[in-house]
Ligand binder design. Structure first.
Ligand code: 3HC
Length: 282
């Protein structure tokens, strides 16, 4: 089956980036979220980011217009029944994903692959919610999706070779590089990145150095484009907390305990860039 129409569930930061790259690569996209205002905001962001690519001569004005035309925003999830491939990029909560995967399994045609952009939840567990575990896979994109080249492709225990190959081929069409990873809490990217961020937060909490100093160490000493605390603000402190919790629970090792300062900041509503305050003010 040729994949022409792609369903994207969730129009947040990752969902709108995923819709952007599929539409830019010529796929029709059904972008689904629960409220119209989330879709409006996503289309605004996609328009702005496509314009950025026009300004950099990466795409033409016509490419931008046709990419936007290929995205259909919808609030009824049943509309993804028309899609040949579905990527879920909803909130990183197992209960929310449970409801979505059960519903997608009911709505989508039996041959359709259900991919999840989850950053740490078990693909095997999501697959077990469906009657098509061999067609469930992790397709983990990185923020900002139009820029970052990696797609971490995660095989659940039952994921078939055919599903894996299809997703790797799709990644190539999106001009991304697929890296194969097995299913384990945090996969590879977050298993290694989040403890770095969490440890940087401990260093702030213990007064080892200021946020600015820690970020300078990583920018100038290790050539990271962003220091770990700027990156935490960029990812969202609530997302960082949730990923640490999944790893703490799933791996059972106290080294994955979310830093108390991280928990406190999330409780205060200091979620980073999106809320206007995190380790920095925006
Ligand atoms: N959409 C499209 N293009 C964008 C963009 C966006 N949202 N944001 C930036 N760009 C483009 C710019 O146009 C520019 O293009 P060019 O290289 O052709 O000129 C390029 O990206 C660099 O942008 P800027 O010059 O404006 O800014 P910077 O040089 O500061 O780069 C950055 C911004 C790309 C975000 C860079 O700081 C970076 O790579 N940061 C690290 C990001 C990272 O680590 N992401 C992974 C997060 S972890 C994750 O997503 C996993 C999840 O599970 C938690």
């Amino acid at each position: 089956m040729e994949i022409r129409k792609v369903g994207v569930i969730g129009a947040g930061t990752m969902g709108n980036g995923i819709a952007h790259v599929f539409a830019r690569s010529g796929f029709s996209v059904v972008l689904c979220d629960v409220e119209r205002r989330f879709l409006d905001r996503a289309l605004e962001t996609i328009t702005k980011n496509l314009e950025r690519e026009v300004q950099k001569n990466k795409i033409t004005i016509d490419d931008k217009a046709s990419a936007l035309q290929r995205i259909e925003p919808v609030t009824e999830r049943a509309r993804v029944a028309e899609c040949d491939f579905i990527v879920e990029a909803a909130t990183e909560k197992f209960e929310i994903k449970t409801e979505i995967f059960r519903d997608l399994d009911r709505v989508a045609r039996p041959e359709v692959i259900l991919a999840s952009n989850t950053s740490s939840i078990s693909i095997t567990r999501l697959a077990g919610l469906t009657g098509r575990p061999e067609k469930v896979i992790g397709m983990h994109f990185f923020n900002p999706v139009p820029v970052m080249k990696l797609v971490e492709v995660i095989r659940g225990l039952a994921t078939s070779q055919e599903t894996f190959t299809t997703v790797c081929e799709l990644a190539v069409k999106l001009e991304k590089t697929a890296v194969e990873v097995n299913d384990a809490p945090g996969f590879v990217s977050n298993r290694v990145l989040m403890p770095l961020i969490n440890e940087a937060i401990y260093a702030v909490m213990e007064g080892v150095a200021t946020s600015e100093a820690i970020d300078e160490v990583f920018k100038l000493g290790m050539a990271h484009p962003m220091g770990p605390l700027t990156l935490a603000d960029f990812i969202g402190l609530d997302v960082c907390r949730d990923i640490m919790r999944v790893m703490h629970e799933g791996l059972g090792d106290p080294k994955y305990r979310p830093c108390p300062l991280l928990l406190k900041m999330v409780d205060a509503g200091w979620l980073g860039r999106k809320s206007g305050r995190g380790f920095y003010k925006y």
